[in-house]
Design a protein around this ligand. Structure first.
Ligand SMILES: [Zn+2]
Length: 182
């Protein structure tokens, strides 16, 4: 499932893909290493920079999706943003939609789709390398219109936005308080 996490330190928000294993634990794969600039420069066009990607499997031994993960950007604690997940995924036939996305990730894509994805990935990967290693964690602004059209997200009403703000402020206040009293 896709879960939003917000970093306490750098305020980076990531949508992470974390799935439940048969044994009940939650698992995630995080990119830890990619081709270096030197390796990239040595590649020719037929090389795929993704061959140099190294993923680390993280197992969360929690009953529910983990409340805390390591921020991808600054490695500090990122907290699950509970309020955002339902409104982004609950509307309409989201269960099926979610399943479709999950299945696509697990089982792969159609040939045409895969080829396009492959070509895009190579281009993007090379682009990322040009700006240095940390560019993997570059902030991405999702095109919400696309999400909305796919039924994956809905625009919040003013009231919902106000409620979420309130919730996040309260949650943040609580966390800061907990930290201080430790
Ligand atoms: Zn962070």
């Amino acid at each position: 499932m896709f879960i939003n996490y917000k970093c306490n330190s750098c305020e980076n928000i990531d949508i992470r893909y974390i799935w439940k294993e048969d044994d009940g634990t939650y698992t995630e794969e995080v990119l830890t290493k990619s081709a270096t600039k030197a390796q990239l420069e040595a590649m020719d066009d037929s090389d795929d920079p993704r061959d140099y990607d190294v993923y680390k499997t993280i197992v969360y031994k929690t009953e529910n999706p983990p409340e805390k993960v390591k921020c991808l950007k600054c490695k500090k604690v990122a907290i699950r943003v509970v309020v955002d997940a339902p409104s982004a995924f609950v509307k309409g036939s989201t269960h099926t939609k979610k399943k479709q996305i999950e299945q696509r990730i697990m089982n792969g894509m159609g040939k045409a789709e895969a080829e396009k994805f492959y070509a895009d990935s190579i281009t993007n990967s090379k682009e990322r390398m040009k700006s240095g290693g940390d560019a993997h964690y570059k902030k991405v602004d999702p095109n919400m219109e696309v999400f909305r059209k796919a039924g994956l997200a809905k625009k919040n009403t003013d009231k919902e936005t106000a409620h979420k703000k309130e919730f996040l402020q309260a949650a943040n206040a609580k966390m800061i308080k907990n930290k201080d009293t430790k």
